[in-house]
Design a protein. Structure first.
Length: 359
């Protein structure tokens, strides 16, 4: 095997320019071929030897040359990521999971953000990544974009996170429907006659799945389906909607499509003198670390964003390794109901208040 080197083979050592592969080999007490295997993330190196080589690389400040590595392996060691909105908690956590999994596999990430989810902006972002030598692309598609009508250049593996692949691309997503069902059933099991829903934006895949599952759960239980109220994922929109809900005496249970809107709802209920959960129970979705410190602690649906990111990278790397397209299957990551103090039994009587407005 030919060693991949990014410096001249003579006169390069500490104090004489960039360190070479030979310098690393001398310090680690191994052959240049072994350093090449470690630099190219080969598996045929013992763990102790790999760690010795990596320590030598760190000590010398050695950086493998990506172009030379690509010639030796056929890979660039970079995963491209396209995300439509980085200000949202779920997108940031998914990106963190992807970055962690990529780093563990010896890959870096190249991120391109998009503000408007249009086909043209998406094609431009994909083209930019393609020209920057990435091995594959993960698309964090929180907005509704019909991938069936979007023709991507062939040859670059693609995985979607939180989207719809239209049977063309593999999709990794939290089990949004199961989460909404767990939240709604939890409140019904506590005796509440029905559950109101503060939904996310109508152009969000996640919000649409949660909304539809909430409705199905109520219908299967034979309960009245209240008019759905749409927010924009922010605590401010939850607070505004919460003020409306606080003024309706028949409201005893609220499922918010994310924790931030749930926080706004709880604040509005407190301001109106309605106790949580004494008068109104509230359940969120995401289980942000801060949710345990709401007052009261927020019952929420926990998403495993680390697992989501890991699965995206695993599927992408399998395509890169085999040079074969993955089937357009949807891989659902399980979610979990975390019960805290914001949800409790219904203390009302049948017929209390008026019937909710149907949606």
């Amino acid at each position: 095997m030919t060693a991949v080197d990014d410096g001249s083979r003579a006169g390069r050592g500490r104090g004489h320019g960039a360190p070479s592969m030979a310098d690393v080999a001398r310090l680690a007490g191994v052959s240049p071929q072994t350093v090449s295997r470690v630099a190219n993330n080969r598996t045929n190196v013992e763990d102790a030897t790999r760690e010795r080589v990596l320590s030598a690389m760190r000590a010398l400040g050695y950086q493998p040359n990506s172009a030379a590595r690509a010639l030796a392996t056929g890979r660039f060691g970079t995963i491209g990521v396209i995300s439509f909105t980085l200000s949202r908690y779920g997108n940031v956590r998914t990106l963190d999971g992807i970055a962690t999994a990529a780093r563990a596999a010896g890959f870096s990430i190249n991120l391109v953000g998009i503000t408007a989810p249009t086909h043209q902006e998406f094609r431009d972002a994909f083209t930019r990544l393609s020209t920057q030598a990435v091995d594959g692309v993960v698309i964090i598609e929180s907005e509704v974009l019909d991938m069936r009508t979007l023709r991507l250049p062939p040859g670059v593996p693609v995985v979607l996170s939180d989207g719809y692949g239209g049977h063309s691309y593999p999709v990794v997503d939290s089990d949004q429907a199961a989460g909404a069902r767990l939240a709604t059933e939890h409140l019904l099991d506590l005796g509440h006659p029905t559950v109101w829903h503060v939904a996310g934006p109508q152009d969000s895949n996640s919000a649409r799945h949660r909304h539809a599952s909430w409705r199905r759960t109520l219908e299967r239980a034979g309960r009245q389906v209240p008019r759905v109220l749409f927010g924009d994922w922010t605590a401010g929109s939850g607070h505004l909607i919460g003020g409306y809900l606080a003024g309706r005496p028949e409201v005893s249970a609220v499922f918010a499509a994310n924790d931030q809107m749930a926080l706004g709802v709880i604040r509005a209920l407190h301001e109106a003198g309605r106790a949580v959960p004494g008068d109104v129970s509230v359940v969120g979705f995401d289980d942000m670390p801060e949710s345990a410190y709401f007052w009261p602690g927020l019952t929420s649906i926990r998403q495993d964003f680390d697992r989501n990111g890991q699965l995206c990278v695993d599927i992408l790397l399998e395509q890169i390794r085999t040079r074969a397209e993955a089937p357009g299957e949807t891989h659902l990551v399980p979610v979990e109901l975390v019960v805290r103090g914001s949800s409790g039994p219904w203390h009302g009587r049948p017929g209390r208040g008026t019937l909710p407005e149907s949606s």
